[in-house]
Design a protein around this ligand. Sequence first.
Ligand code: ATP
Ligand code: MG
Length: 423
Amino acid sequence: MRQSQLFTKTRREAPADEVAKNAQLLVRAGYIHKEMAGVYSYLPLGLRTLNNIVKIIREEMNAIGGQELVMTALQDKELWSRTDRWDDEKVDNWFKTSFKSGGETGLGITHEEPLTRIMTEHISSYRDLPVYAYQFQTKFRNELRAKSGIMRGKEFLMKDLYSFSKDEAEHKAFYEKAREAYVKIFNRVGLGDQTYVTFASGGIFSEFSEEFQTVSDAGEDTIYVDESKKIAINKEICTDEVIAKLGLKREKLIEKKAIEVGNIFNLGTRFSEPLGLSYTDETGVHKPVVMGSYGLGPTRLMGTIVELMADNKGLVWPESVAPFSVHLVSLGKEGDPSRRGGAEADEISKTADTLYDDLVKAGVEVLYDDRDNSVGQKFAESDLLGIPKRIVVGKKSVETGIFEVVDRATGNVVETPRAELFA
Ligand code: ATP
Ligand code: MG
């Protein structure tokens, strides 16, 4: 993509009311647009980044047998009343509205209820189980706090997978696989080292649920970490009894702030019983389906990557999620050679144009800064955008065929011959 064609511009200042580092940088770099507090649009660079995260999650969900679908945002009040999750006294973050034809509806906060009901039409026998179904879907939650940028949206993307199993043993086997898949996802996006499986409240057979918490001062949660065992306990349940049950020692636990990037829950029959999702086993006995839920927020994950990796110059993306892998920066200019730089700049532009075409042909994802800006401005903007590798085309490149390659994360510069740019 030629930067001269990209409609988004970078800006020096973030919105005055934006306090989160992730949103400040993403707005400044033109990745997102702030619509209202906690409500953000994803612009081309932001969407490319988000889609890369989604792709990684999708691959790992498919690898454990997940089948993708997408459910509706509008929710049926009657359905949610059956599980006692419609009432504002029970769930306090619904966005509710009413139909012109009469009756209320709400925008989906999560999807256990609708998927369980869907499954009543597809599951009736032990032969139909297990089933693992997931979606990437926009959730709506009337969140009170909006200080964490895209990490706490009122409208945000969630990957939610639900498992439907015959019994506890079958459920458990999948739950373990899901945990491993989550570990892979956090490794692939570069957060593996800082992300801890964290015991929290809310499990049904298992007593605990497990959260994936990424250590960061920008986090809203407090966890107690055992670094040697690479596990943690959420402060909410960190009692002497729980510490002992998990075989940990209080003196080894270190208090940290952390961001909950995902969680896995054993739901038991909490939804299948009230919604009548049951099956007939091998002996003809009716049994309720055993369920689990597995949440992960791609937008929160994107914000978390920014919080952990950005530096004082701007965004820093790991290769796996970056919107482009190469930022090709030409120090020449297009057009009239009599303007700044003259004929020499024209030669630089030609060299850069050809290199751009060749990189694209070789399948490299390139953002090409072909604009007529000052060198200082180009480099500052390139730093802000955070693309992992910057290839600089200057006078020397024209004369010797050597290009400066700058690593965004480390700032290391390597003089590289043209052929090696394709390696
Ligand atoms: P929190 O305690 O932070 O509000 P939660 O327990 O409500 O999170 P879940 O309902 O389990 O979270 O949602 C599953 C995943 O969706 C979370 O692990 C997180 O990654 C993401 N998520 C939840 N709420 C938001 C939000 N408001 N904005 C962005 N992502 C979110
Ligand atoms: Mg919440």
